[in-house]
Design a protein around this ligand. Structure first.
Ligand SMILES: [Zn+2]
Length: 132
C-alpha cells in the first residue's frame, strides 16, 4: 500500500524561455558590459496525482503552470533589462526573484532552474534556506 502511494507522487517540469539584458556591476570581466542572454526557465512542481476531474492522473495541468508563470514571470522578464528589477542580476538572483514571484501562486512548487547559457544554470529548491 505504501509503495502504491509513493508511485502516485510525481515531479513534473515545464520549460519557458525569455530574452533579457543585464549588467553584472561587480564582475571583473566582460559581464560588466551590457549584454543579453536567451534564458531558459524550468519550473518543477511536485505532488500527488489528482484522482478525479479534468486533471485526473495529473499533478497539475501543464496549461495551468503556463497560465501562472507567463504573466507573473515571463511577460515581465522577456525583452527587459534585468537591472531594472534587481541590482545584480546573476542567474542565482534571477532564480531567487522568480521563486518569490511564484511561491504562493503554484502549490507544490519544488524547484526553479534558470539556465543562463546551455551549460550554466542556477537552482533554487523548496526547503532551501532562501525559500523558507
Ligand atoms: Zn550575462
Amino acid at each position: 500500500m505504501r509503495s502504491r502511494e509513493a508511485m502516485r507522487f510525481v515531479q513534473i517540469r515545464k520549460q519557458f524561455r525569455f530574452e533579457a539584458a543585464h549588467v553584472l556591476p561587480h564582475h571583473p570581466g566582460k559581464c560588466s558590459r551590457l549584454h543579453g542572454h536567451s534564458y531558459r526557465l524550468d519550473v518543477a512542481i511536485e505532488g500527488g496525482l489528482q484522482s478525479d476531474g479534468p486533471a485526473r492522473g495529473m499533478v497539475l495541468d501543464f496549461d495551468e503552470i503556463s497560465a501562472v508563470v507567463k504573466p507573473a514571470v515571463i511577460e515581465r522578464l522577456d525583452h527587459s533589462s534585468l537591472n531594472d528589477l534587481m541590482p545584480n542580476p546573476t542567474a542565482e538572483h534571477i532564480a531567487q526573484w522568480i521563486w518569490r514571484e511564484l511561491s504562493g501562486k503554484l502549490a507544490g512548487l519544488a524547484e526553479i532552474v534558470v539556465w543562463e547559457t546551455q551549460t550554466a544554470c542556477a537552482v533554487v529548491r523548496a526547503g532551501d534556506p532562501e525559500t523558507r
